[in-house]
Design a protein around this ligand. Structure first.
Ligand SMILES: Cc1cc2nc3c(=O)[nH]c(=O)nc-3n(C[C@H](O)[C@H](O)[C@H](O)COP(=O)(O)OP(=O)(O)OC[C@H]3O[C@@H](n4cnc5c(N)ncnc54)[C@H](O)[C@@H]3O)c2cc1C
Length: 366
């Protein structure tokens, strides 16, 4: 296996007869361009967020988007700033607003990105004028627990039919907050504060009642800034067709619309043969097979984003998809590259041994 490190991909061009050309340059020398051809591509370039999506998120919750005068950010921006730059970004606005009312920042989203941002804002803007953070979310905040008993001992209400993974018996295994985000959310649910920080944090489930929606409207309109913390879309910035025109792919809730091997559909509903994507922003919806063999709670309707799942169930599926594509699509290539077993052919999917199938074992780490 050849690993090319320190390279940045400029373009992945899908060829007319199948296969791809990947153009890249060396990070240390942007003038050093190279090209590699490939029959299949697994394109996991991470996720992207856009501030423009804030308006769409608000409209989805039947809320007016923030006024043009309100500063807008994506969670990645806020998490990437150094502390001095974060303070610098907001302190002046807080001091201008000082005598007029509450210095509030509104975060849209209710999962890991949102609570990670809330943690950072509350801890680092505490002393410079931040009074309040409003978190506007679409569905109830879900917490992860190893067992139903542990959840109940923590005062967390469990709907056994919908919140519990039938395989592992974990509560909110796919959609529950874990680690630091869990601690932050639990503290806010209990007393309205990030542990050790003064700013009040208000959770507003906008769809839960008209009163909640009205409060969400009020917070949005009276915020110094609004932050998009509602997840990521896929980074498909480099994918083009043989003419160099970007290939638009279908997007569904929380990621790309793909088949069960992670091969995405284009905007015309055709599979982009030979292309696969399953990382941040693309993800996998737990389908019937995943639910049967690996579990996850029935209430979970989003995409699974997690290193464990990528390395196990989904990586295995995509590998099988790649092998199928190599075996079935008529790419122009050197025969020696295609032959990888002693019979000189790649086995058909139906002939593969259990070792070739995705590893669907449930690990205690998941
Ligand atoms: C704030 C945050 C916290 C998270 N915490 C967890 C956690 O605790 N546990 C967990 O399991 N998951 C966590 N996740 C999800 C986690 O990001 C994913 O599980 C995992 O990192 C996704 O891997 P990926 O390869 O899809 O994307 P990434 O990890 O984002 O990797 C994408 C890579 O592609 C590179 N790239 C992009 N464009 C180009 C280009 N043009 N040329 C070359 N390279 C390029 C990027 O530099 C990057 O190295 C978290 C996500 C976020 C946003």
């Amino acid at each position: 296996m050849t690993v090319l490190r320190g390279r940045e991909i400029d373009r992945i061009r899908r060829l007319q007869g199948g296969g791809f050309e990947i153009d890249y340059h060396e990070v240390s020398d942007p003038t050093a361009f190279s090209r590699v051809s490939s029959d299949t591509v697994v394109m996991n370039l991470g996720g992207l967020q856009h501030v423009g999506e804030i308006d769409e998120l608000c409209r989805g919750l039947r809320l007016s988007p923030p006024a043009a005068s309100v500063k807008t950010y994506v969670s990645d921006d806020v998490l990437s700033l150094t502390t001095p730059r974060l303070v610098d970004e907001f302190a002046r606005d807080f001091s201008k607003n000082g005598t007029r009312g509450t210095n509030r920042i509104t975060v849209v989203g209710g999962s890991h990105s949102a609570f990670t941002v809330v943690d950072r804002l509350a801890m680092e803007l505490d002393g410079v004028g931040l009074d309040e953070i409003a978190v506007i979310h679409r569905s109830p905040i879900r917490l992860f627990f190893e067992t139903i008993e542990e959840a109940r001992a923590n005062g967390y209400e469990v709907d056994e039919a919908n919140d519990v993974c039938p395989v592992t018996k974990r509560v909110n295994r796919a959609g529950g907050l874990r680690y630091r985000a869990f601690d932050i959310a639990r503290s806010i649910m209990a007393n309205g504060h990030v542990p050790g920080a003064k700013p009040r944090v208000e959770l507003i489930e906008a769809d839960s009642s008209e009163a909640a929606r009205a409060r969400a409207r009020e917070c949005l309109s009276q915020s110094v800034a609004v932050i998009h913390g509602a997840g990521y879309g896929p980074n498909m910035s480099v994918l083009v067709d043989h003419c160099g025109t970007p290939i638009p792919l279908q997007l569904g809730q929380g990621g790309l619309v793909s088949d069960r091997f992670g091969c995405p559909f284009d905007a015309d509903g055709e599979l982009v043969q030979g292309l696969f994507s399953f990382g941040l922003g693309s993800g996998f919806c737990p389908d019937e097979q995943i639910r049967r063999e690996t579990g996850f709670e029935p209430a979970f309707r989003g995409r699974i984003y997690g290193v464990w799942a990528f390395h196990h169930d989904f990586g295995g599926r995509v590998l099988n998809g790649v092998l199928d594509a190599l075996a079935t699509v008529a790419f122009a290539r050197e025969p020696a590259i295609a032959l990888d077993d002693e019979r000189g052919v790649i086995p058909d999917a139906s002939e593969r041994t259990a070792c070739d199938q995705p590893n669907l074992e449930v690990s205690p780490q998941s």
